[in-house]
Design a protein. Structure first.
Lengths: 462, 222
């Protein structure tokens, strides 16, 4: 135990990251909803360069990954790692510097993308001039957190620590690889081989391990029951470390990238089954110790639906990477549906659970409204499932029409009803996230009003 | 320490899972395929100015600079998010778009960064050269519905300026439908269309107006 002058967890830092994350999910969803209007000919900013649909789409994807999820993850890790290692992060001041610098860079990214300075690499549209700065800030973040793990290295770690530690090693390396090599070193097909690693590793080695760490921590804590199996979590972790990095080429199947590399990517992707079933089984078996609570407590419901989405999306992944399925579904809305399910249905849901768990503790105020939390849950759940199945169906229609050599524009016309449904599902999610933002804002306001720290320390779901 | 516990230590997680797995994957699926394709030099993108672009570019150097700017607009507007740039050997794509893409085709400065794309809201563009006239492209960029009524492509009207036929500016209240008003492409539009007309011209030997179906290599039926 270190001395107790400062609290173990940098509480204000965690709060700042989580609050700004909530603002970003609102902006991200708003941008996505706006973009979806282009497809049904209702786009409000027709002919305005600054808000051209292509640019707004990049704001949508970049905010989801780097503004919303990254900030939520940063905040949760600042909480989770000190709790699990019993060591403080290296420096809270450095943490605040990272907070301000990182979020300034996000504003700069949005401004420059809208101004027409995006980089031409998928999931790496952050303007070229900002890439080195972001890399530096991310490395500082990693140093800050890994220092705590390093100080506690003599002990065996809980599963969440392995995942976070590995993810923090992977993230800066993956970022440097994906943003610089295809931009400055490798052209065309070679660049695509590297780029596909980045597209995959951003989700596989940054988002997935941190998300998994989050659910492995929060599920037992909320249920007050032990994790079902330590051994299973070990298999899941090493399965992820072994298979996920080798998945990458499955994003460019039937492309000019050498075919052996595509086969390797497919085989490793099928190996994902090992990872998914162990994680999902472990989570559900833990949950089964107290179903009643798991189905009534809202953070636990978010964790549960996120886990179901995780199961669906990963099984889907291992099926859709096969070459016969790729012939039809590649380049279609199927893939768009898949991405939404991953980043919203799984990892956003797990982040929502964490935010509902942490904010009342950090702000020492219960959530403003349970009913709004319920609305948030049902609108998000309804919205994402509707969107997923709508886009999967749209993808099959598009892919079949292309393979059957229908005129291209016919496939566009056939997609319009699906794009209407997609807009409505997006609207549901948008209303859900608005409710979330209002609820969090009101909670924050209440916490500013109530100064006495002991006045209302009633955690949600306790 | 049991053998399972070895895998829960800082050093194994840091070195084996963190660094090891990523480095192996990078070597096997990143560097290996990349260096199989990568030649030390990039091909020249254009030796001369095509006939229909001679009014816009005085020499090959100006044309190459224009192609690069056009590529940058293509990235800034995220055209590549809705238009892919490779033809697959399946799903009858060679019949729809033209010859299947080969690795070496992309060995040039306009393909760095690569713009393969992963979605087709609109058609693939890797064989776009010569499929439409320059005028079609200008009209299509200014307002896609003017040439394809069912299109969902955004308008890029800020790449154009409206003028009276005598060269004077518009008076208040006048618009694109007023008499004597013409819509002229700015340099941005010219560069972008030059880039679009360049895409795949190594393969299709662009005639300037129409796509030559004789150039298509028919794949065996699946």
């Amino acid at each position: 135990m270190e001395n107790n002058e400062r609290p173990l967890v940098p509480q204000k830092l965690v709060t700042a990251h989580l609050l700004i994350a909530v603002l970003y999910i609102f902006i991200a969803v708003l941008a996505g909803l706006t973009f979806s209007l282009q497809f049904i000919d209702l786009y409000p900013f027709k002919g305005v360069a600054l808000f051209s649909p292509g640019r707004v789409r990049m704001v949508h994807t970049q905010s989801v990954a780097y503004a919303w999820l990254a900030n939520a993850f940063f905040g949760v890790i600042y909480y989770m790692i000190p709790k699990l290692t019993d060591r403080r992060i290296f420096s809270e001041k450095l943490g605040w510097f990272v907070f301000y610098a990182y979020n300034f860079l996000i504003f700069a990214t949005v401004a420059l993308i809208l101004g027409g300075h995006a980089q031409g690499l998928e999931w790496a549209e952050t303007p070229k001039i900002l890439d080195p700065l972001i890399a530096v800030v991310v490395v500082l973040y990693v140093v800050n957190v890994v220092a705590a793990v390093w100080r506690a290295r003599s002990k065996p770690f809980y599963v969440s620590v392995w995942y976070v530690l590995a993810a923090l090693i992977w993230t800066p390396l993956v970022y440097l690889m994906g943003n610089f090599l295809p931009e400055y070193v490798f052209a065309g097909t070679s660049g695509a081989a590297i780029s596909s690693m980045y597209i995959h590793d951003l989700v596989g080695l940054f988002v997935t391990p941190i998300g998994t760490a989050m659910i492995y921590y929060l599920m037992p804590v909320l249920l007050k029951r032990p994790l079902f199996s330590h051994a299973l979590s070990l298999i899941g972790f090493w399965g992820l470390a072994f298979f996920y990095p080798l998945n990458s080429t499955h994003h460019y199947l039937y492309s000019p990238i050498p075919m052996w590399s595509q086969y390797a990517g497919i085989v490793a992707s099928v190996g994902i089954h090992v990872v998914v079933y162990t994680v999902v089984f472990n989570v559900i078996a833990t949950m089964a110790q107290d179903w009643k609570k798991a189905m009534t407590d809202i953070p636990l419901r978010f964790l549960f639906v996120g886990t179901i989405c995780y199961l669906i999306t990963c099984v889907q992944c291992a099926v859709q990477v096969t070459l016969s399925v790729q012939k039809i579904i590649h380049f279609t809305d199927w893939v768009v549906g898949h991405s939404h399910f991953v980043l919203f249905g799984v990892f956003s849901f797990w982040s929502f659970a964490w935010i509902y768990y942490l904010l009342p503790r950090l702000l020492k105020t219960p959530m403003y409204s349970q009913s709004l939390m319920n609305w948030h849950f049902w609108l998000s759940t309804g919205g994402i499932f509707l969107m997923q199945f709508d886009l999967l169906a749209a993808g099959l229609v598009q892919g079949m029409m292309w393979a059957n050599l229908a005129p291209f524009i016919d496939s566009v016309a056939a997609s319009i009803p699906f794009w209407w449904v997609r807009m409505f599902s997006g609207m549901m999610i948008f209303v859900g996230e608005s409710v979330f933002l209002i609820n969090v804002y009101m909670t924050w306001r209440l916490s500013r009003g109530v100064r006495e720290p002991a006045a209302a320390a009633v955690p949600v779901g306790a | 320490m049991s053998s399972a516990q070895r895998f829960e230590r800082f050093s194994s997680v840091f070195l084996l899972a963190g660094l090891g797995s990523l480095v192996v994957a990078f070597l096997v699926l990143g560097l290996a395929p990349a260096s199989m394709v990568n030649k030390s030099e990039l091909n020249d993108v254009a030796a001369s100015v095509p006939e229909d672009f001679q009014p816009y570019y005085k020499d090959a150097a100006a044309y190459r600079a224009g192609l690069l700017r056009g590529r940058d607009h293509y990235i800034a507007e995220a055209c590549w998010h809705c238009h892919s740039q490779y033809v697959r050997p399946v799903s009858n794509e060679a019949l729809r778009y033209g010859p299947v893409s080969q690795p070496g085709e992309y060995q040039n400065v306009l393909s760095r960064p690569q713009l393969f794309g992963t979605r087709r809201v609109g058609p693939d563009l890797s064989r776009e050269s010569g499929k439409h006239t320059n005028d079609w492209h200008f009209a299509h960029l200014y307002n896609p519905k003017s040439v394809e009524p069912q299109s969902v492509m955004p308008v890029y009207s800020w790449y154009f300026e409206l003028k009276k036929k005598d060269g004077s500016g518009l008076k208040p209240g006048e618009n694109e439908n007023s008499p004597d008003v013409v819509i002229l492409p700015r340099q941005e539009a010219v560069d972008l269309v030059a880039y679009l007309q360049w895409l795949g011209n190594q393969v299709s030997s662009r005639s300037g107006t129409t796509y030559d179906p004789g150039a298509i290599v028919m794949p065996p039926r699946e």
